[in-house]
Design a binder for this molecule. Structure first.
Ligand code: FMN
Length: 323
């Protein structure tokens, strides 16, 4: 068993988290993560309406009696989803842990805290982590440049970002971005984190609700097979390298505007990749951890393997190096 401030504060067995994943963070995956003793998050905005989120939470409860959370991704969009209604559903459904990401969590904190909901805020820079801590979040998930999704604009990988954040963060903090195995877990603990968050690795498990062909592509892919889209728009996203993402990069590098790529990056097209296994149907999110993912285990196998191998590394290789 690896006990940390994070496992204690958030009431979970293992210091491993499955972060929110658009189209992927659904009940079957989140329940499998919970049943494995780790912490999974249902992705609120994957559900088209707040009522659908309530149903998804109920569906997850049928699959596990262990704690799980909900991810609320707050993105600056022209037509924002009804965040307040999603938040209301989270609270009314009795969820006690929320992962916030994408933007300042301040507007959501009072209501969550009023209802005893712990907030784990995910961010990509030390300054945003410090700010969130000052706002009163209960935990920080510090997400390095390696990650799938939005790595921010600072390009600081975990090896520097995690200890730099650990020096300033006093609430429980987990490390995110590029973690896929026991070595990463031990490294994160050594760098000052209290656990890890993984997206890409959990996406490539038996219970992950995406097409088998996408999982096989992740196993076949390497750490070189991602693209950074939206760099010129300062809204960088790390996605799989395919004809669509490469076209997006090319258009924006030539001075194109968001309108010029909107048809390529639509969420609907991305969802089609996961549904049909057509890897060129749209953009799909994956991180550089792809280079460390070589199989499609069940979530239970993955978590127990990571924990037991981490214990072996600590008790064996690392302890054995002491003279
Ligand atoms: C398919 C996919 C979709 C994601 N969607 C979201 C999202 O909607 N909200 C969010 O906060 N993070 C999202 N992420 C980021 C993950 O929660 C996590 O922070 C990230 O994957 C960590 O990096 P890793 O992939 O190297 O483990 C997504 C990641 C993936 C792989």
């Amino acid at each position: 068993m690896i006990k940390t401030r994070f496992t204690e504060a958030f009431g979970i067995e293992h210091p491993i988290v499955q972060g929110g994943m658009q189209w992927v963070g659904r009940a079957e995956l989140v329940a499998a993560v919970a049943n494995a003793g780790a912490l999974g998050f249902i992705t609120a905005l994957t559900q088209p309406t707040p009522e659908d989120l309530a149903k998804e939470i109920a569906r997850c409860r049928e699959l596990t009696d262990k704690p799980f959370g909900v991810n609320l991704t707050i993105l600056p969009t022209i037509n924002p989803p009804p965040y307040d209604e999603y938040r209301q559903v989270i609270v009314e459904s009795g969820i006690k842990i929320v992962e916030t990401a994408g933007s300042n969590p301040a507007p959501h904190l009072p209501m969550f805290h009023e209802h005893g909901v712990k907030v784990l805020h995910k961010c990509t820079s030390v300054r945003h982590a410090v700010k969130a801590q000052e706002l009163g979040v209960d935990g920080i998930s510090i997400d390095g440049f390696e990650c799938a999704g939005h790595p921010g604009e600072d390009d600081i990988p975990g090896l520097v970002l995690i200890p730099a954040a650990a020096a300033k963060i006093t609430v429980p903090m987990i490390a995110s971005g590029g973690f896929a195995d026991a070595r990463g877990l031990v490294a994160a603990l050594a760098l000052g984190a209290d656990g890890i968050n993984m997206g890409s690795r959990f996406m490539c498990t038996v219970e992950s609700p995406i097409h088998q062909k996408v999982k096989e592509a992740i196993v076949a892919g390497s750490e070189l097979d991602t693209e950074l889209i939206f760099r010129p728009l300062r809204n960088t996203g790390r996605v799989a390298s395919n004809s669509v993402s490469r076209e997006v990069v090319e258009i924006l590098d030539k001075g194109g505007k968001f309108e010029d790529v909107a048809h390529l990056v639509s969420g609907k097209r991305g969802a089609k990749v996961y549904e049909t296994g057509d890897l060129e149907a749209g953009i799909w999110w994956i991180g550089t951890a792809m280079g460390l993912i070589n199989d499609i285990p069940t979530v239970g196998e993955l978590v127990s393997r990571m924990v037991s191998e981490a214990e072996e590394i600590i008790n064996g290789r690392l302890a054995g190096a002491l003279r």
